[in-house]
Design a protein around this ligand. Structure first.
Ligand code: NAD
Length: 505
């Protein structure tokens, strides 16, 4: 086993309890229950608070040798951890749940500061993370295998065995929830984990690691290697790592899926999105307006479930007006947080500029929005008269921008929606059961909503899209998650010679 470099004590609680700027500890690797510096990679990057555009902390990037150290530490820890009864493993999550609830404000402020989302959104994220932990707590009740006498005196049983060392790579937009899409099932399943959080938001998972330690998770069962591409590629290549869960953009999801699969690893890689909402004239005005605005502006549009294109079927001008009026009331900084970086801001406003040049109408313009704190702001933006060839119609923008496309009927709406390569989420707004059923039957998306703008399948239902939004089979959460992080052992046994012999006897 590779030795772990010198460590320091716990980083402890985050002190921020408001939007006021506060700094936090340097993010380093967590290996064997200790914070340690990278072995050889010396690169240090700022972790920005996007509200201010100022460094809240630094992150020291690890490298290939840190992945090797983490994987070896995890392999050793997995030997003992996998022997714990599943109920005892789940008890660690029970205690984590209590600790997360006790520290929910601290965790939410930390998420808010490193990611930029407003406190209420950050708290909702932590609450959803807790819901994922609760699913993990329920696994001892769900994960019983099957047992059947398949012929006289011969029984077959199926049990779920851990894979050993597994890894997760997560994006910037949900610093605590997305790691918790993976950890509960993987850990209760008896695996040891190596996590590579987004280098833009490495701080929340530091606290999560410490809370898991306090909850009784043995050292080495969860390890964190900070960094970027080099660390991810090393995880894909490392022989001890048996499975990789990835959440991020489509380009990287595809690359990680290809690289991990080439090494014979199990991989489930969730990618980007371009979510469409279909609005028909019979939709409820109030509910639709509120929902559409929440969907495209929530978390500054930086959600893989955010609405991006509104397909306006027929005359829905009264609904579009209500959407615009509601979105115009959003207060920058209070209701809507900043986007993640200056580069993200430039990319988003670039999409709006291009659409305007191509003849679309900017009916609500967030390009000039700013806050006194500095930082990276884009206000709610609605672009009308978008045509399918425009980049705002085709590409993932990942900002608070709604592109409106006018279509004459439902078939055309479905045709446009289904021609986009992604397949994460889709919603229809209608009061007709027939229209809802037609959309649900024909739309190319894994997570669909009827009068719901962010149709996240809540626990125990599995989260995962289709097409270019997901590479690999199944969902990352729910029961599929447990199946992903475990393998089935089939045991066929008999205990006495049977008189009526058959080929199995
Ligand atoms: P990203 O793809 O840039 O980064 C995701 C992770 O991959 C990070 O940990 C990053 O360090 C790593 N990474 C980046 N470039 C890499 C490379 N070339 N090789 C290997 N690893 C690399 O994504 P992001 O900007 O952090 O997150 C936003 C994206 O994530 C959006 O596209 C969004 O739709 C998607 N997302 C999808 C889901 C889902 O469930 N489908 C959920 C959340 C976010």
């Amino acid at each position: 086993m590779t030795a772990v470099s010198p460590s320091s004590t716990l980083v402890g609680p985050f002190s921020g309890r408001s939007d006021d700027f506060v700094t936090y500890a340097t993010a380093r690797n967590w290996i064997g229950g200790l914070w340690c510096d990278p072995k050889s990679n010396k690169s240090i990057h700022d972790v920005l608070n996007p509200r201010f555009g100022k460094a809240i902390a630094q992150v020291k990037h690890g490298g290939t040798d840190d992945v090797d150290s983490a994987a070896n530490t995890a392999a050793k820890a997995a030997l003992e951890w996998s022997r714990w009864p599943i109920r005892d493993r789940a008890h660690v999550l029970y205690r984590l749940r209590e600790l997360m609830l006790k520290n929910i404000d601290e965790l939410s402020w930390l998420v808010s500061h490193e990611n930029g989302k407003v406190f209420a959104e950050a708290k909702a994220e932590v609450e959803k993370g807790i819901e994922c932990v609760e699913f993990g707590c329920s696994l001892p009740n769900l994960a019983a295998g099957n047992h059947l006498e398949v012929s006289r005196g011969v029984a077959c049983e199926v049990a779920y065995a851990p894979l050993g060392v597994v890894a997760g790579v997560t994006p910037f937009n949900f610093p605590i929830m997305v790691p918790l899409w993976m950890l509960p099932q993987a850990l209760v399943g008896g695996n040891a984990f190596v996590l590579k959080p987004s280098e833009r938001v490495p701080l929340s998972t530091m606290r999560l690691a410490e809370l898991l330690k306090d909850a009784g998770l043995p050292a080495g069962v969860l390890n964190i290697v900070q960094g970027g591409k080099e660390v991810v590629e090393a995880l894909c290549d490392h022989p001890l790592v048996k499975a990789i869960g990835f959440v991020g953009s489509t380009k990287v999801a595809k690359a990680v899926y290809g690289r991990a699969s080439m090494h014979g690893k199990r991989a489930l890689c969730l990618g980007g999105a371009k979510n469409h909402l279909i609005v028909v004239p019979d939709a409820d005005l109030e509910m639709t307006a509120e929902n559409v605005v929440a969907s495209f502006t929530g978390c500054a549009g930086q959600r893989c479930m955010a609405a991006s294109v509104l397909l306006a079927v027929g005359d829905v001008d009264h609904i579009l007006k209500a959407v615009r009026d509601r979105a115009a009331k959003i207060q920058i900084g209070k209701d809507l947080g900043p986007v993640t970086s200056q580069a993200a801001r430039d990319r988003i406003t670039g999409f709006i500029d291009a659409a305007e040049k191509q003849g679309a109408r900017i009916v609500l313009d967030g390009r000039k929005s700013s806050a006194t704190s500095g930082g990276f702001w884009v206000g709610p933006t609605i672009v009308d008269g978008v045509t399918p060839d425009m980049p705002v119609a085709r590409e993932e923008i990942f900002g608070p921008v709604l592109s409106v496309m006018r279509v004459p009927n439902l078939d055309k709406a479905l045709e446009i929606e289904n021609s986009n390569p992604y397949g994460n989420a889709s919603s229809v707004y209608t009061s007709s059961g027939d229209i809802a059923r037609r959309v649900m039957a024909h739309v190319e998306a894994g997570m669909c909503g009827v009068n719901i703008g962010v149709p996240v399948p809540r626990e125990p239902f599995g989260f995962g899209g289709w097409n270019d939004s997901c590479f690999g089979a199944g969902n990352i959460t729910g029961w599929d998650g447990y199946r992903f992080w475990t393998r089935q052992r089939k045991i066929t046994s008999k205990w006495a010679l049977q008189r009526d012999q058959n080929w199995m006897s």
